[in-house]
Ligand binder design. Structure first.
Ligand code: THU
Length: 138
């Protein structure tokens, strides 16, 4: 799926956002190593802190269906470029490898990043000697 198509999937997911408190809709679409697409929207909560970000909803859907590698994630938010929050950057970091992070205002206007652009000198699976992550050299 090209960047525009994945952005379109993120825009469709954005329409599902449950945002009674912030009014700030976010959509995300993840493409996995085999071309599967998983989408997510932000889901807010009256107690605030249980709120889930769109990126993590999409990624957790993919991982819970057995995927361990994300080729790209597209993110769309509000009216402007919606960059992922710090927690989502760390979650993206776990599965993106050398994949792309597409931040956009819609299918026609987006910017493409790699993890090092958004979370330099990050902590990841490679820093733990004993985990069984597919990206880790044994
Ligand atoms: N939000 C996301 O969905 N992703 C981000 O990366 C930033 C924040 C959501 C959480 C909350 O529902 C709303 O945006 C305002 O913070």
């Amino acid at each position: 799926m090209d960047h525009s198509e994945l952005m379109r999937a993120a825009v469709a997911a954005q329409k599902m956002a449950y945002i009674p408190y912030s009014g700030y809709p976010v959509g995300a679409a993840v493409e996995t190593e085999d071309g599967s697409i998983y989408t997510g929207c932000n889901i807010e909560n009256a107690a605030y802190s249980p709120t889930a970000c769109a990126e993590r909803v999409a990624i957790f859907k993919a991982v819970s269906e057995g995927h361990r590698k994300i080729e790209r994630i597209a993110i769309v938010a509000g009216d402007n470029f919606g960059y992922p929050c710090g927690v989502c950057r760390q979650v993206i970091r776990e599965f993106i490898g050398d994949g792309e992070i597409v931040v956009g205002r819609g299918p026609e206007e987006y910017r493409v990043y790699h993890m090092e652009d958004l979370l330099p000198h990050s902590f990841g699976p490679e820093d733990l000697g004993h985990c069984d992550h597919p990206e880790v050299e044994k």
